[in-house]
Design a protein. Structure first.
Length: 259
């Protein structure tokens, strides 16, 4: 029975993935400071710290990359948290967008293309394709513990989003001081800053934050974005929570009732 359930999830994940990509937003959206938040930072001392932010598309006027505007919001959020923001830093733009996001993704790629050859001390764009495919099947369809464990152990949940490895990379970057002691500022975003970003940040906080209550973390997602992550992203968060609970035995609350 568990094997059948896993097989169902496995097949659905692949059949639906192409449709998911096509369904991802293709509308234009500009930078919304209300959706940009400081998620985490690591202070090395001596005025050097690394930062992790979340937000939405770093675009202005539907025509250009909003770098200066984004940095201004970074400074504001750091100040609100009593943290000094550096005047010089290495910028890591983590985009969860893709070609189906249309103009927004095109503007972002063009910005970095123009930086080609000059990015050694400026920064880099990391393109992490995210389709919320961990949420293809609701955990409520696999209610038995044995079924859920088999899903978690199969490795199929994150074949696309690759959450475990990408979260680990993000954390390692935050905790690692550059050879030249230049601060690193990471900005994780999608178009709206709510769904793909909500999935990524909620699971990052669950994995590495001090607050392990999944309901509280989900509510924080809603507060920071202004709405809840969509159904697919929410189910992905639920599955990550379930697998995290199996692996660590931590009391994280009820993983499968966020919707």
């Amino acid at each position: 029975k568990a094997t059948v359930s896993v097989l169902y999830w496995f097949l659905m994940n692949r059949v639906v993935f192409i449709a998911l990509l096509a369904a991802l937003s293709v509308y234009g959206e500009n930078l919304d400071p209300k959706r940009v938040w400081l998620v985490d930072h690591n202070d090395f001392g001596g005025g050097v710290a690394n930062f992790l932010y979340r937000g939405n598309a770093p675009i202005k006027n539907d025509t250009s990359f909003a770098y200066d505007e984004l940095v201004a919001v970074f400074k504001q959020r750091a100040n609100e948290n009593g943290v000094a923001f550096p005047s010089n830093f290495y910028f890591v733009d983590v985009t969860l967008d893709n070609t189906f996001d249309g103009k927004v993704f095109t503007i972002e790629r063009e910005f970095w293309a123009k930086k080609s050859g000059t990015t050694k001390d400026f920064g880099i764009m990391l393109h992490w394709l995210t389709g919320e495919t961990g949420g293809v099947v609701s955990p409520t369809l696999t209610p038995l513990v044995a079924e859920r464990k088999e899903v978690c152990n199969s490795g199929d949940l994150w074949l696309v989003d690759q959450l475990p490895t990408r979260l680990a990379y993000t954390r390692a970057t935050l905790l690692t001081q550059r050879y030249d002691k230049l601060p690193v500022v990471m900005y994780v975003h999608c178009v709206g800053g709510c769904d793909r970003t909500g999935e990524f940040i909620a699971t990052y906080r669950l994995q590495y934050g001090s607050n392990k209550n999944i309901t509280s973390l989900y509510q924080r997602d809603i507060q920071e974005c202004g709405r809840a992550p969509n159904t697919m992203a929410t189910r992905s968060i639920e599955w990550y929570c379930i697998c995290y609970q199996f692996k660590t035995g931590a009391d994280v609350g009820k993983c499968d009732s966020l919707e």
